[in-house]
Design a binder for this molecule. Structure first.
Ligand code: ADP
Length: 280
């Protein structure tokens, strides 16, 4: 892949939740026109990284930039350049689809003179024409997911961050949403988190694999398989190889941990504490 414009730059991100270190120095770059699979077992730190990138949460140390804008110093500018589809989209059920998208476009700074065109474009791209005048609570799961994608891209962001975009959809809907992501990824940057490894294989140019709050692999499929021949060009095997047995245990360098959680975890666990969130 040619080195296009860098759209996401992450350097040495750390994040502590109390004494627990969830991110232990994450660094990566993503470029325009890339669809990157952001992979890792539950508790690896994917959601934490995505929340920092989308300005929902501050890092403890390190920097993250979107379109060369620092997420901590200018979060409003970053929010205007980034679209985020969380795993469960907070939709306003009582709103009509068009009005909802118009409202979100307004919140993200699309000027009123351009809003109708922006919403119409998002409706078209996401195939929402048949339901544009319906209330959100009348929609099927598939259409709700499309509304989620439409809200993520209504302000024409340069970077899209998608957390489990096809979860809960039927096979036809999955194919449609993947087509959509593929076409969006030609011009934008897409960072995609999913546990469906086949989705990564069919959609992504590159994989960033994290485990225990650190990046354990970053590259295109050829590079990753060349570096890890034991994976036999199989993404599932690569995932197992890099995440199953060597999960770091939680450490608390800033203060002594009251309990060593690793003692109570099975050997193949990701060493997450019992408070682990169920996100992603
Ligand atoms: P992933 O998205 O890869 O499943 P997360 O970023 O959600 O991982 O979580 C990384 C680690 O941080 C996990 O061990 C999780 O339990 C912990 N964690 C996440 N959110 C919080 C929180 N709000 N408070 C305490 N620990 C948290």
């Amino acid at each position: 892949m040619s080195k296009a414009e860098t759209t996401i730059e992450v350097r040495d991100l750390t994040k502590y939740y109390g004494d627990f270190q969830a991110l232990r120095g994450i660094s990566f770059d993503v470029h325009r026109g890339e669809i990157v699979g952001f992979l890792g077992p539950n508790g690896a730190g994917k959601s934490t990284t995505m929340k920092i990138l989308t300005c929902y949460m501050a890092a403890t140390t390190g920097t993250a930039k979107v379109m060369n804008i620092d997420v901590t110093t200018d979060s409003i500018a970053v929010r205007a350049r980034i679209g985020y589809l969380p795993e469960s989209v907070p939709l306003y059920d009582q709103m009509v689809v068009f009005d909802y998208l118009d409202h979100l476009a307004e919140l993200r700074g699309v000027p009123s003179s351009k809003r109708e065109a922006a919403v119409t474009h998002a409706v078209e791209v996401c195939g929402l024409g048949p339901v544009v005048a319906k209330k959100i609570d009348e929609l099927s799961k598939g259409y709700r997911q499309r509304v989620g994608l439409a809200q993520a891209l209504v302000h024409s962001p340069d970077v899209l961050i998608l957390d489990e975009p096809t979860s809960g959809l039927d096979p036809n809907q999955i194919i449609d949403i993947r087509e959509l992501i593929r076409s969006i990824g030609k011009e934008k940057t897409v960072l995609l988190s999913t546990h469906i490894l086949q989705e990564i294989e069919v959609l992504c140019d590159r994989v960033i694999l994290i485990n225990g709050g650190t990046v354990v692999a970053d590259g295109n499929f050829d590079e990753l398989y060349a570096a890890h021949p034991a994976a036999e060009r199989n993404l599932e095997k690569l995932f197992r190889l890099l995440t199953a047995s060597n999960a770091p245990t939680p450490v608390a360098p800033k203060a002594a941990a009251p309990v060593d959680a690793s003692k109570y975890l099975p050997p193949e666990s990701n060493a997450a504490p019992s408070t682990e969130s169920s996100e992603s």
